[in-house]
Design a protein around this ligand. Structure first.
Ligand code: GLU
Ligand code: MG
Length: 446
């Protein structure tokens, strides 16, 4: 047994952990788990555990449903709240999904990202990613059902101990730190009841794992405070939605390959190719970065979310920002501002990485940066400067995905097909639903 696995077993014994949750995600990034008593762990670390893959969204049909979970011991973490007596003493391990013969299952999003990471590594580069996931905290009604009642009236960086939201956020940060996160900042966001917690960037796989854990911890701790945390992109019309700004860089031989002190904006050839690749494939990326019907209600002018396909240094209305840094050798990076926290980070990162690599391989050139506030440019000015817009709704984004060879390949046929089918079903359901807006607008007038 490898060293890491032994260390896990020792910790489980020492900390008297009773249950282990073996975790993985479906193709939408929704975490799933199988729980085992701790005494089973040794066997599972060695041989994996069988489960029925046919009951997981986007996995397989009944006839080929035998799947195995193979724990990745490097991801072991104790649930800190369980040490306070909540829920028994539990820990979790993230798992890879494999077929009975041990080969990786191509429908496992974690595998999709691993495959992309391996391809990048063959070209000598590693992608690092950082995530700024925003979320709302809503109250629950007396039955515990989440409602849209805001828990505060706070705004950006407000300091006051406004209410339970502040307390909850502090407890969330504590829990994350205990689970090995390096939290860099936590603050109130622009909208009332909206928050952001930033943790340190890491390689793409680790950050994707972290995002899944992050969302779970935020929800879990919020519940303790009688609140409901949601990563829904635009829960309330008329105020900011929640984004998940994604910081990206490539390293080669331990050096930041995006950095060139001689070049404008310090952006190397590699960085420019990567940037151009993302812009080239942004339509398809959007189907993953903004996967819900609701995602497109965030991507509208006026709420700090991008609408136009452009890049810039300072301009926050841009799709991609190249933040200034006082340590450019290491931290030259780009910030993709369109993703929202409902994205499956594994699929998103795989798509972004393969798109960026495509731009580098083909030597694509990015358009000129646009430093003005694009919301204030006229239609004519935008056309003249050839500034295109992001897909306006999920249907458009899915069409772009279907047409995009590079992103299709990043996902693989298995995931692609199931993703498109499930998302088109969702669109169809939405199309026939009658919304409160329609009733309000039409019922009496017509
Ligand atoms: N909430 C904004 C969004 O939807 C982002 C605000 C910010 O710049 O942090 O992307
Ligand atoms: Mg923010």
């Amino acid at each position: 047994m490898e060293k890491e696995a032994k260390r896990v077993l020792e910790t489980v014994r020492r900390e008297k952990i009773s249950f282990i949750r073996l975790q993985f995600t479906d193709i939408f990034g929704i975490p799933k788990n199988v729980e085992i008593p701790a005494r089973q762990l040794e066997g599972v670390l060695e041989g994996g555990i069988a489960f029925d893959g046919s009951s997981i969204e986007g996995f397989v049909r009944i006839s080929e449903s035998d799947m195995y979970l193979k724990p990745d011991p490097a991801t072991f973490a104790i649930h800190p709240w369980s040490l306070d007596g909540e829920d028994g003493r539990t820990a979790r391990i993230l798992c890879d999904v494999v077929r009975p013969d041990g080969s990786p299952f191509e429908g496992d999003p974690r595998y999709v990202l691993k495959r992309a990471v391996a391809e990048a590594q063959r070209e000598g580069v590693t992608m690092y990613a950082g995530a700024e996931a925003e979320f709302f905290l809503f109250r629950r009604d007396p039955n515990g059902t989440p409602c849209l009642e805001l828990h505060d009236k706070g705004g950006y960086f407000d300091l006051d101990p406004l209410d339970r939201g502040e307390e909850a956020r502090k407890a969330i940060v504590e829990a994350l730190e205990k689970m090995g996160f390096d939290v860099e900042a936590a603050h109130h966001e622009v909208a009332p009841s909206q928050h952001e917690i930033d943790f340190r960037y890491s390689d793409a796989l680790r950050t994707a794992d972290n995002i899944v854990t992050f969302k779970y911890v935020v929800k879990r701790i919020a519940l303790r405070y009688g609140l409901h945390a949601t990563f829904m992109p635009k829960p309330i019309a008329g105020i900011n939605g929640s984004g998940m700004h994604t910081h990206l860089s490539l390293f080669r031989d331990g050096k930041n390959a995006f950095y060139d002190p001689e070049a404008p904006y310090n952006l190397s050839e590699v960085a420019r190719g990567f940037l151009a690749g993302i812009i080239e494939h942004i339509g398809a990326i959007t189907a993953l970065a903004n996967p819900l019907i609701n995602s497109y209600k965030r991507l509208v002018p006026g709420y700090e979310a991008p609408v136009n396909i452009s890049w810039a240094r300072i301009n926050r209305s841009a799709l991609i920002r190249v933040p200034a840094s006082n340590t450019p050798e290491t931290s030259t990076r780009m910030e993709l501002r369109s993703p929202d926290p409902s994205a499956n980070p594994y699929l998103l990162y795989a798509a972004v990485l393969m798109s960026g690599l495509d731009g580098i391989r083909r030597g694509l050139t990015p358009p000129e940066p646009v430093e003005e506030n694009i919301y204030e440019l006229s239609e004519h000015e935008r056309l003249e400067r050839e500034i295109a817009t992001l897909p306006g709704d999920l249907g458009e984004a899915l069409e772009a995905l279907e047409r995009d060879e590079v992103v299709r390949q990043a996902l693989g046929e298995h995931v692609l097909e199931r993703y498109l089918t499930a998302k088109r079903r969702e669109l169809q359901e939405y199309r026939v639903a009658v919304s409160p807006w329609e009733i309000e607008r039409y019922l009496e007038v017509y």
